[in-house]
Design a protein around this ligand. Sequence first.
Ligand SMILES: Nc1nc2c(ncn2[C@@H]2O[C@H](COP(=O)(O)OP(=O)(O)OP(=O)(O)O)[C@@H](O)[C@H]2O)c(=O)[nH]1
Length: 400
Amino acid sequence: MAEEKKPGLFGRLFGSKPALQPEPDVPRPEPDIPAPRPDEPEIPEPDFPTPDPDIPEPGPEEPEPEPETPDEPLIMRPAMDDADALAPEVEAPRDGPSWFTRLREGLARTSGRLGSGIADLFTKAKFDAATLDELEDLLIQADLGVDTAQRITQEVGRQRHERGLDAAGVRGVVATEVEKALADVAKPLVVDNAPKPFVILMVGVNGSGKTTTIGKLAQKFRSEGKSVWLAAGDTFRAAAVEQLAVWAGRIGVPIVKKDIGADASGLAFEALEKAKAANADVLMIDTAGRLQNRSELMQELEKIARVIKKLDADAPHAVLLVLDATVGQNALGQVEAFQKTAGVTGLVMTKLDGTARGGILVAVAEKFGLPIHFIGVGEGVVDLEPFDARDFARALVGLD
Ligand SMILES: Nc1nc2c(ncn2[C@@H]2O[C@H](COP(=O)(O)OP(=O)(O)OP(=O)(O)O)[C@@H](O)[C@H]2O)c(=O)[nH]1
C-alpha cells in the first residue's frame, strides 16, 4: 500500500491546506513547532561565537549598556543580504485562489453554521418575534457579542417589516451591520521609515500564533523591498527560538538570538542596536507567550518596551497583540490585560479557520475599538492578509 505522503515544512508554511485546528477552551501551551527536514537547506552557521547568556540587564535604574558589549548576541545572517534577492521559495504563490476565496473557505465553519441557521429560520410557518430571538441566539453563538447581536436582530426585524426579507436578505443585513461595526477598526499597519527601524513588538498568550505571524509579516515586508531584522525575544523556549530561526533562514533575514534564559529586554535592546546600525527598515521582536494573569511575565513586557526606548524614545512603534480566534470569549480578557500592560496598538487575529465562532473578531472590535491590522485563516504564508471590513463581513455569512 502506498504510504501517505506527509506535507513537509515548506508545504506547511507556504502552500498546503492546513488541517483545521480544534477549538480549545484555553490557549494550547505547546504548539507544534515546524522542524526543518533533513533534505532542506541548513540555516547558515553564525559567524559569531556563542555568547555568554548572562548579558547585563539594561533597566531604567541601571547604567546604560555599552554600545559594544563583550557578550555579543548571536546574529544569524542570511546567505543573501540583498533585499531584492528573496529566495524563490518564499515568494508567495502568484496563482492559486484569491485572498477572498481563502478567507471564505477559512471562515466556512462560521458561515456554514450561521448560514444554515438562518436558512432554518425560514422553514418556520411564520417569521415572528420568536424567530428574531432565534436569530439573536445564532449570532450570539457565533460570538458576535450580545450588543451587536441585538442591534443586528433589530435591524433585520425592521427591514423584514418594511420590505420583507428572505434568507439571503437576512444574510445581507447581517453582513452590512457587521461591516459597519468593523469599518472603523480595519486599519492597515503603517510602517513609516523615520527613524529607522520601525520596531514591532509582538505579544500574546502561548500558541496564539505570534511566531508564525512574525514569519508571515517578515515575508510581506521583504516582498515590499523592506529590510527586516528579527529578534528571538522568547528566551524561555528553545523551540520558539528555533522556529523563528527557521522562518528567518527561509525568508533570508537576520535574526538576533541568545541562549535560553537570557534577559529578553537585553536581547531586544541589542537587537535594536544592531538593526539600527544596519539601517534596517523593520525590526520585529518576538516575546514569550504568557498567560495574561502571570503578572511577572507581563511586567517583563513592560520592561522590554522601557529598555528599547533608551535607543529610540518612540519604540516600539507598534505593539501587536496576536489573538487566537479559537479561544472565543477569552480573547476579550486577553485584550484587556495586554492593553493595560503592553500598550497594545493593534491586533492580529489568527486561526479564524479553526472555529465556528469567528464573530469573536466583531465582539473584540466593538468592545475595544483597537485597530485590526491582519487576520489569519491558515498556516501558510499566504493565509495572513490585511484586514478588510467588507470582505470579512461578507465571508462571515458566506456571501460572495
Ligand atoms: N489553522 C491555523 N493555524 C495557525 C494560524 N496561525 C498560526 N497557526 C498555527 O498555530 C500554531 C502556534 O503558532 P505559533 O506561531 O507557534 O504561536 P506562538 O504564539 O508563537 O506560540 P508560543 O511560542 O508558544 O508563544 C502553529 O502550529 C501555527 O502554524 C492560522 O491562522 N490558522
